[in-house]
Design a protein around this ligand. Structure first.
Ligand code: ADP
Ligand code: ADP
Ligand code: MG
Length: 476
């Protein structure tokens, strides 16, 4: 068997996920450990592990030279970057290529063309893909920003060209708002992304975030795997996603147009891996290109659940120039409905990160659920990493069944020792507007599910369940 050695240049749940895909392929997975995560759960899933010295993320997971050196020292054939860290770094992808190591992601040119929100909008526009009205180039001055805002009409969004993870965005409703915010957003963008450039675009009111999963190989085949709706967000970051989108619903004509538009864009940039084309869709069902994420996304499991295709396995196969095993687009079918809840170490009411140590962890899930996670008793969640510790996914034959399973799964997930957003997720999964499927990105602001949470009740229940289990297991 033609085995390969894969270095997983990431941590957390995605590292465990990639290790499982390597196992399926019969490839050797090599995990990374650092001084901060000596006991990381992903290491249990890897066949081998290597030490990456350094004092912080910049000196470890973000250090291109160190990672390449590790790869060379350990005879690595391919590097999977996961999401975040170096996953959308075109320089890293090029450096891998030069070192003769396969970067498990798209070609550097595709990463670079979709890498900033100005260039990618320009490319999309040229490819005939509808983009959000506004600038497709960085705005040099506040006067220019106001001029564009007047042309497209308020409200507008000031957006960092290099932004990501929901940061570097501010809604402005008047000239005064722009005057007040332009410099501040620029400074924020400079601090977070080392680039102060801003765009001005129309703020689409009460929109839906709908995105299309793409998978392409190195032979010119581009496939779509239908859409996901990710409109349940806080601070422009997703917390619950579902596939298919309840808003697109039974409108197969719209679905087809949306998916074909994503494929058109992927072809226009010579895309050759897994990626996602994100759109905002207004209440009138018009949709506009937002950005393309040139990596595997957090919420990829719901697409896997409704199509039965392992996207990470395909991504690895494709990167080595192998066939994806997909005869044609028509073979990609969807059945049922899948929902994902991001489980984060955060205060359920303020929704702000709440680091801490996991002192107990148990699960009791219904059939049809999947939990991609990096949890274990003793896990220390620190502010240095993303607070997301797991992704709970439920699948049902129809949406109502998936909802029922998700409620049961959330009720059967017990994490003790730190605050999590589980109480918030439980509220949303019982809230009528979410249940009806009539919601948009304004959902949390509009319905304030966090105000109904009784955290004392939840903490008590977790404590009680875990204590009972201890007694039964150890008789004390
Ligand atoms: P990021 O790179 O941070 O993911 P995106 O451009 O994808 O940035 O936007 C993140 C979220 O912000 C979207 O899902 C949506 O909720 C909101 N958003 C972005 N652009 C607009 C817009 N023009 N109008 C309304 N909401 C927007
Ligand atoms: P997805 O679009 O895959 O659902 P997110 O937008 O939530 O994912 O981002 C996935 C991960 O990548 C998160 O850890 C987020 O903080 C990080 N991330 C995304 N874009 C950037 C960026 N430009 N800079 C820094 N971190 C980013
Ligand atoms: Mg986005």
């Amino acid at each position: 068997m033609n085995t390969k050695r894969i270095l997983i240049a990431n941590r957390g749940e995605i590292a465990t996920r990639i290790a499982r895909a390597c196992r399926e392929l019969g490839y050797t997975s090599v995990g990374i450990w650092t001084d901060f995560e000596v006991n990381a759960k992903h290491l249990e899933f890897c066949d081998e592990w290597v030490f990456l010295p350094g004092k912080n993320n910049r000196e470890t997971y973000l250090d291109i030279q160190k990672i390449l050196k590790l790869a060379e020292d350990h005879r690595i054939d391919g590097i999977h970057p996961g999401y975040g860290f170096l996953s959308e770094n075109g320089t890293f992808a090029s450096a891998c290529e030069e070192a003769g190591i396969v970067f498990i992601g798209p070609n550097p040119k595709a990463i670079k063309s979709m890498g900033d929100k100005a260039t990618s909008k320009e490319i999309a526009k040229k490819a005939g893909v509808p983009v959000v009205p506004g600038s497709t180039q960085a705005i040099p001055t506040v006067e220019e920003a106001i001029k564009i805002a007047k042309q497209i009409g308020y409200p507008v969004l000031l957006k960092a060209v290099a932004g990501g993870g929901g940061r570097g965005m501010r809604r402005c409703d008047s000239d005064q708002d722009i005057l007040k915010n332009f410099e501040a957003v620029g400074r924020e963008a400079l601090a977070s992304f080392a680039n102060a450039e801003l765009l001005v675009e129309k703020y689409i009111l009460n929109p839906h975030h709908i995105e299309v999963q793409i998978l392409a190989d190195k032979k010119g085949n581009v496939y779509h795997f239908f859409e996901r709706e990710c409109s349940i967000q806080r601070r422009h970051q997703k917390i619950i996603e579902e596939a298919p989108s309840p808003f697109v619903g039974e409108d197969e004509e719209l679905r087809k147009r949306l998916c074909n538009t994503a494929v058109t864009l992927a072809r226009a940039v010579g895309y050759d891996s897994a990626g996602t084309v994100e759109f905002v869709m207004g209440a009138d069902r018009n949709f506009y290109f937002l950005e393309m994420n040139t990596r595997i996304q957090v919420e990829h499991p719901i697409t896997e659940e409704i199509t039965g295709v392992d996207l990470i396995v395909c991504m690895i196969q494709g990167a080595f120039g192998e066939s994806l095993g997909i005869p044609s687009q028509e073979w990609i079918k969807r059945t049922g409905h899948a929902i994902e809840c991001r489980i984060c170490a955060e205060d359920p009411i303020t929704m702000l990160p709440a680091p801490g140590k996991v002192t107990g962890f148990e699960t009791n899930f219904p059939q049809g659920t999947r939990f991609d996670n990096c949890l274990y008793k003793g896990l220390q969640v620190t502010p240095d990493f993303d607070p997301m510790v797991g992704k709970l996914v439920a699948k049902g034959i129809i949406r109502d069944v998936a909802l029922r399973k998700m409620r049961a799964a959330l009720d059967g997930l017990f994490i003790e020792g730190l605050k999590t957003n589980i109480p918030l997720l439980k509220e949303i999964l019982r809230e009528e507007h979410f249940l009806s499927g009539h919601y948009n990105t304004n959902y949390i602001a509009e319905f304030k599910p966090q105000e109904k949470i009784n955290t004392d009740f939840d903490h008590h229940r977790v404590y009680q369940v875990l204590a009972t289990i201890e007694v039964r297991r150890f008789g004390r």
